[in-house]
Design a protein around this ligand. Structure first.
Ligand SMILES: *Cc1c(COP(=O)(O)O)cnc(C)c1O
Length: 461
């Protein structure tokens, strides 16, 4: 009998799960104004709100926490991180930041200032904080993801790809004077954790070079993207994950990274550059916003843990277990006829709420409704990637209805096991079986002017 592949680690520290009843959860979600972000974590049984900063660090990472020194400038752990950034990502210049959006803040403040209404930043479905940082400075994020990404049933190996024709048209229309950078998110979170192929990245690079525009990666899930390239892209099967990572980064002029994802740390971010002049300009804002350039809002120990995390997340066995666990959940849901974004992404399963609850109009936030129903059913917390997240149009103040209305079930790294995946699937199946009895969605009681999903207060219609 063939031995199954198993996770390349075992557990030596555990955190208890707080169980609850449906009555408890009815009360808690009401008190939380039907916003899953407002729940306390001990009111949740399986927490799939995010894979950000929620991973389990390894014993080597904890050892780095002890070994890291806390010098304000030039800590030993900074140099360990510098070595990892150089060796694994191939970048000569970088700044540590306290998380990914902080790297975005430093970069966009440097490139856009605080009012850049004529600037356009093309990319593949920008992440919400990225979009926030761009729009906050009155610039325009332009989504040029391939059309295939918006059909959840379509089989396509690289739904994170950019439409090169549309990108070229944008580069022609606006030119380098109005495009400070093209930003490619790997894997593309907003379109379902979908990867970008090397071929596509090379094409983007070629276009950017031809038009004299910088190419940056939003590299939060760079290792998962490399895993998909290795396992899906013709000619890449025999290359190591590390080699693929090096090629991905070699195509970019810089990157922002939330290290809370594939860095497998609980807090941290990076901003990388090839151009020393841009690095120098960003240093000033890093010092203003984050901290000195060798710690950037982190403690010395965090830098050591991140250096180690970059090494661990680029190991094939780890990635196979990681991406495989997410795929297992996705396949189970598909077997149960539950509509999910296909193929399954690297860090999360995305349930198609428009197909799950077709009778709920987008104006009543069906993906949010599905998230609340799953929480009530099983104490599983996902997150809405839909109309609430899409915010209002900055000019008309109307709701912006995205093509996809998704409930994201993000799986933290090295935290849950296969039985947890079975539990999630059973919970969702129970909601599926009673979907016709779910009649109405939500109205908004209060919302913030931007990035409203984090703090919105809802009421049942
Ligand atoms: C998480 C994330 C960010 C923002 O990073 P934080 O660490 O949460 O501030 C930016 N881009 C992508 C693709 C992300 O997933």
């Amino acid at each position: 009998m063939e031995l199954p592949r198993i996770e390349p680690y075992k557990i030596k520290m555990v955190e208890p799960v707080n169980f609850s009843t449906r009555e408890d959860r009815e009360r808690w979600i009401r008190e939380a104004d039907y916003n899953l972000f407002n729940l306390k974590s001990d009111q949740v049984i399986v927490d799939l709100l995010t894979d950000s900063g929620t991973g389990a660090m390894s014993q080597q990472q904890w050892a780095e926490m002890m070994l890291g020194d806390e010098a304000y400038a030039g800590a030993a752990s900074y140099f360990k991180l510098k070595e990892a950034v150089s060796e694994i990502l191939g970048f000569p210049f970088f700044l540590p930041t306290h998380q990914g959006r902080a790297a975005e803040n430093v970069l966009f403040q440097t490139l856009l200032g605080h009012d850049a209404p004529d600037q356009v930043i093309p990319g593949n479905s920008h992440f919400d904080t990225t979009k926030g940082h761009i729009e906050f400075r009155h610039a325009k994020p332009l989504d040029v993801t391939i059309a295939e990404a918006f059909d959840t049933t379509l089989e396509h190996p690289f739904k994170g790809n950019l439409d090169l024709g549309r990108l070229e048209a944008a580069l022609r229309e606006y030119g380098p004077a109005r495009i400070p950078l093209v930003l490619v998110t790997v894997t593309c979170n907003s379109s379902g954790g979908q990867p970008v192929s090397l071929e596509n990245l090379r094409g983007v690079r070629e276009l950017c070079s031809r038009h004299g525009v910088r190419l940056f990666l939003d590299a939060a899930r760079f290792a998962e993207n490399a895993y998909f390239i290795k396992t899906r892209e013709p000619g890449c099967a025999d290359r190591s994950v590390r080699e693929i990572v090096r090629e991905m980064f070699s195509l970019a002029d810089g990157f922002t990274m939330s290290a809370k994802k594939d860095g497998i740390v609980n807090i941290g971010g990076l901003l990388g550059f090839r151009d020393e002049e841009l690095f120098r300009r960003c240093c000033t804002f890093n010092i203003v916003f984050e901290g000195y350039i060798t710690y950037g809002g982190l403690a010395g120990r965090d830098l050591g843990a991140l250096a180690q995390g970059l090494r661990e997340s680029t190991e094939f066995d780890y990635l196979e277990a990681r991406v495989g666990q997410v795929a297992h959940l996705g396949r189970r849901l598909r077997e149960l006829d539950i509509p999910v974004q296909w193929p399954i992404g690297g860090h999360a399963v995305f349930v198609d709420a428009k197909k799950f609850l077709p009778h709920i109009p987008q104006a009543e936030y069906p993906a949010q409704l599905l998230g609340v129903e799953l929480y009530l059913e099983a104490g599983v917390r996902g997150v809405e990637i839909g109309t609430l997240l899409a915010d209002r149009d900055p000019v008309t103040r109307e709701d912006r209805y995205p093509a996809l209305e998704l409930l994201r079930l993000a799986i933290p790294r090295r935290v849950y096991n296969l039985q947890h995946m079975e539990y999630i699937a059973a919970g969702l199946k129970n909601v599926w079986d009673r979907r016709d009895s779910i009649k109405r969605g939500f109205g908004i009681a209060w919302e913030a002017p931007i990035m409203r999903h984090f703090t919105v207060r809802l009421h049942r219609l």
